[in-house]
Ligand binder design. Structure first.
Ligand code: KIV
Length: 270
């Protein structure tokens, strides 16, 4: 029998950086996949991307708190080793610090995650500080923050040019100073991600941010090749499951129509 790996804790994230050990993160939205992924990864992010990937919405903006709590609860049930992080949806933490504490607190108390993720830099640093002060660990998110897609005018690389890069680095320092435990860096030039990673004492977790971050995250359904038609440069397919699903269900449909299924092995004669 192999020993189960020790559960990843929030303080352990910083230790990964100190040991120069890369953090492996992936999105997860349910207990079934959480059980499959748990032993291989360090962090399961219940991303608000669930609103696009599973719920079919055009953006993450319409994700609700109840939706995120529901999916986080499912993932928490399936995870024993990996750290579970709930991505807080649009308007659940921006309106006031009091609302942020109540909503993020619900993610820990009701959905069983160990940390929450918030998008934004200096503008939300006071909220991050207030959350950390009441015992709610926070992971920040900078660069292409999808909840700001309307302000960005689309899903474009962020932090290009000296001024934008300096702003992003200041945002990262502000999050670290406010007590954030890690920062997701999404869709920024690799040299900027390397600079930010060197500038802050907390780990950076990149997605479309190059090889020099302290860890990497991908949307599970992208890496499994399930999200057909989404071909971002930074995504690598480790399987082609969309084709496998179509082929399996087409075979099933054919066998049902031809009467081949159920065969003698698949029913009770008495
Ligand atoms: O919602 C999400 O899946 C995310 C990751 C892409 C970082 O925020």
């Amino acid at each position: 029998m192999t020993a189960r790996p020790e559960a990843v804790t929030v303080p352990a994230l910083r230790a990964f950086k100190e040991r120069r050990e890369r953090i492996v993160a992936v999105t997860c939205y349910d207990a079934l996949f959480a059980r499959l992924l748990d032993a291989s990864v360090d962090l399961l992010l219940v991303g608000d991307s669930v609103n696009q990937v599973l719920a079919g919405a055009p953006t993450t903006l319409s994700a609700t708190l109840e939706q995120m709590l529901y999916h986080t609860r499912l993932v928490s049930r399936g995870a024993e080793h990996a750290l579970v992080v709930c991505d807080m949806p649009f308007l659940s933490y921006q309106v006031s610090v009091a609302e942020a504490i109540r909503n993020c607190g619900r993610a820990l108390a009701e959905a069983g995650c160990q940390a929450v993720k918030l998008e934004g830099g200096r503008a939300i640093a006071p909220t991050v500080r207030a959350l950390v002060d009441v015992g709610i660990p926070v992971i920040g998110h900078l660069g292409l923050t999808p909840q700001a897609v309307q302000a960005f005018g689309g899903y474009h690389v962020q932090g290009r040019g000296a001024e934008a890069a300096a702003r992003l680095e200041d945002d990262a320092r502000a999050l670290a100073d406010a007590g954030a435990s890690a920062i997701v860096l999404e869709l920024i030039p690799a040299p900027l991600a390397a600079r930010v990673t060197a500038a802050v004492p907390i780990p950076t977790i990149g997605i479309g941010a190059g090889p020099d971050c302290d860890g990497q995250v991908l949307v599970l359904h992208d890496l499994l090749g399930l999200t057909e038609g989404f071909n971002a440069k930074f995504v690598k397919h480790y399987a082609e499951l969309a084709g496998a699903v179509r082929a399996a269900v087409a075979r099933y449909a054919g066998e049902v129509r031809s009467g081949q299924y159920p065969g003698p092995d698949h029913f009770f004669a008495k």
